[in-house]
Design a protein around this ligand. Sequence first.
Ligand code: ADP
Length: 457
Amino acid sequence: MKARVHGACPCRSSDAGTVGDGENRNLWRSGKLLWPLHMSRSSLFRLSMAALLLFIGAMAAASSGALAERTVIMFVAGMAAIFVASDQGGGRARARSTRQAQRPPMRISHHLDFQRFIDASTDPIIVVEAARVTNANDAALRLFGENVVGENVRTVVRHAGAAERLADEEASHEGRPLRLTGIGMRDQSWDMRIQRIASGQKLVQLTDRTSSQAAEKMRVDFVANASHELMTPLSSVKGFIETLREPDAGESAPVRERFLAIMAAETDRMQALVRDLMSLSRIEAEKHHPVETSVDISAIAKSVAGELAAGSNPRGGEIALEGVDQPVMVMGDVSQLRQLLYNILFNAMKYGRAGTPITLSLGLSRSGSMARLRVADQGEGIAPEHIPRLTERFYRVDSGRSRQLGGTGLGLSLVKHIVDRHRGHLEISSELGKGTAITVMLQIARDRLAMPVQDIT
Ligand code: ADP
């Protein structure tokens, strides 16, 4: 059994119907136990009535003849006097109400349901009193250890600043929660909220902020990476402009041509990067809007492959289509699905071996509820350790090669975002030296309005 509550409940003695020590102390201090030295008016009245009863009894006994009769009269008068003097009825009721009024308030942490209440929380919760842990919920026992109840809070919360505040009776706990690291697993980060729940008792709740911290780090990294990606071609363009301004370089036509060609390639790179960044933010903004139109993915595949074949890159002509003769209706956003196909096919063109086919095949999943789109190349392949990270923004296996081929490092990240928005599934499989296959599963549309592909540019 886990020992999670520490200390005796102060409510017990009064619950059992006796006046506790504290109550006696209070009665003594209030002077109520100094009777008869400080007699109240009602007590004086009761004593007078008792004396009168005794007197009447004595008179009646004296006037009666038989001894037995006198004895009975005196006994009855005596009992009546004792009853009146002791104030049995009213006194008991008053004593009960005094006890109730002076019973110490029940502490919430001693309530029978308190433990059940804090156990329902997934956040670790402890109660600290006089620098000791008096209660801990299941999540706190998992975080701090099974035997924390009864321990000094400084040995439980191994964070010097936080432990000091918890142990300090006078500390104020208003304002923002404390941000802590170093508790639990490495790199875990917590928000600690401290709330006073009774005099001297503090309820301490820890909320895991690791994932929001990671998201914040990703955002900061993203801005830094995007700035770096833009800065590199920009510096190069600036350098060439300065060189061309010098008389020697500016006057030589071949040198000028070479420099201008490099500058054009660098500006193309910047343009592609800005375009991808804009797409990414657009797709992210839409990620919670479900896709409500149905489109023919077979027609989209033929259209994108046709555009690449007609482009300047000779690899476009090596795309082979399979299974695209019949319309395949999926729930989809046409422009996003076009971008998805373009990115996957363009990667296959960049990283596949020249002269080998790029296969784009379309089919259905075994259950028939999903369309399966697969692009396979026969290229250099990807080592297994890189595969889980390929959809991270700006993650590249070989940055130099990607840049040289016009890559932005955002292509697969965009693909992943588009698949997520379509509630689909993305799979990347690759074998070094043999090639890569990217598979996307999309939900088949049933009884939905089809959107003609030719309407979309
Ligand atoms: P990039 O613009 O650099 O191509 P992507 O996000 O599209 O960025 O892809 C990330 C990285 O994944 C690429 O830099 C490349 O290293 C690798 N990659 C993607 N597709 C392929 C492929 N078909 N074959 C080999 N490597 C690939």
